[in-house]
Design a protein around this ligand. Sequence first.
Ligand code: NDP
Length: 246
Amino acid sequence: AMIGIEGKVVAITGASSGIGEATARHLAERGAVLVLGARRGDRLAALSESIASKGGAASHVVTDVTSREDVERLVAHAVERHGKLDVLVSNAGIAPISPLDELRVEDWEAMIDVNVKGVLYGIAAALPVFRRQGFGHFVNTLSTAGIKIVPTMAVYAGSKNAVRTITEALRQEAGPSLRVTGISPGYVDTELPSSMTDPAMRAQGEAAMKAMAIPASAIAEAIAFAIAQPSTVDVGEIVLRPTTQG
Ligand code: NDP
């Protein structure tokens, strides 16, 4: 397998904004070949064009990670177009947080569907490809919400800790030929509050971001660090928070 980032084919879910977009831009600048997935095709098309205008390589597939078929199509596109997939960054996520007493059961289900099942569909799509190739790297986005548990984040934190557990089990089962990395950001300046359906939570989320969020480029650099390691070096989990986050 290759060392570094140049020439690696990287598929990213949730690439239309925030951490996914920043990661796509950063990896493209460093010579990766990007395959972008998210629901908003117009945003993905604009990002692909922007990357291409700077000499990078990117294509996109409209992908809803709650659809197993969509995630399969994203991975298949990478393999058909580029002959391989080096890295799958399962980054798509939503955070419609609220106190449990509000019984926003549809929001709970949506977080499980996107944050947990979306990552599982990524594993189902890419693991056979990685096995066939004899190399591959899963990068899953977790959260510090799963490290320091606070009220209103029960289901969100639970979804991220489900992925943390799945990520560690995947690492153990993966064997020496595959790599598995978890990225745990704290507050990052992105569009994530737009996924918050409870107005009070959304106002709080936007305020927290204004007060202390770090830029998405910081997370992109951490993901790039993990990808750039020699194939024998498996970066397990990286936690990045604003220094002002408690
Ligand atoms: P953004 O809202 O900016 O980005 C979320 C991305 O996920 C968008 O590209 C969105 O695209 C995509 N997405 C949402 N639902 C789906 C879906 N059903 N299918 C495919 N894509 C979907 O927020 P962030 O960049 O912050 O979020 C990225 C990840 O980082 C998430 O997993 C989030 O939980 C995690 N995270 C963020 C933190 C923060 O403070 N910002 C802290 C810790 C973790 P589209 O709407 O076009 O589908």
